[in-house]
Write a protein that binds this ligand. Sequence first.
Ligand code: ADP
Ligand code: MG
Length: 238
Amino acid sequence: MLEVRLTKRYFPFKLDISFSINKETYNLILGPSGSGKSLTLRLIAGFERPDNGYIKLNGRDITGFPPERRNIVYLPQDLGLFPHLSVYENIIYTFKAKREKVNKGYVNTIIEKFRIADLLKRRPTSLSGGEAQRVALARALVAKPKILLLDEPLSYLDFHIKFQLMAFLQLLKNEFSPTVIHVTHDPIEAFKLADYLFILEDGRLCFEGDKYDLFNNPPLGFGEKIVKGLKIIESLRG
Ligand code: ADP
Ligand code: MG
């Protein structure tokens, strides 16, 4: 479904990746800060052009397509909600931008599932981190993207709110099942949510597979360190 094979250099950094995603799965890319996670998502979304290579969606080469023609939604780390619009106006923005009629049935389903009915008149700046994240996810889903790209969606949240939000991401996964690529530096998030897991280190993918494969057979470097960390957390249960 999605095939990515590309290089992109920002000297001295070089991203050199090749992977494909075949089904409507929830994919995690786990990597330390500076490993190229955001750059990977921006390339797939079309906000950057690769130096070499291609991006194909359902067999079609979309490498030269502008972002708005890709059917891919990128949710940046800062969420990108419009501060001058209400929550509701943010959520239906995609219809306005495309001059389409608002699909009220679908919008209401999403508002209900993400429990944002009480927030609709508020401005994004008045929302808590967890509320803003739910609104941003709702806005992204309303566009019915073929691929949803989530850039560290839980990293600004308090520990307990993080787990609340994970439940909403699980709902997104189970009830709306878009193809998701979620990037994070947080192994707990990755293990909780991933159907399929990639590890990115220094611009290269050094692991892909089932999360249990990683546990049993971690690659050297970042992969090995996070598995050690996860084992320590497991041991805290006493
Ligand atoms: P991550 O999201 O994993 O923390 P990024 O993808 O943001 O990492 O960045 C990976 C590397 O690419 C970093 O060394 C960063 O400085 C570099 N980089 C990314 N985008 C740019 C850019 N627009 N200009 C210069 N360097 C960039
Ligand atoms: Mg980043």
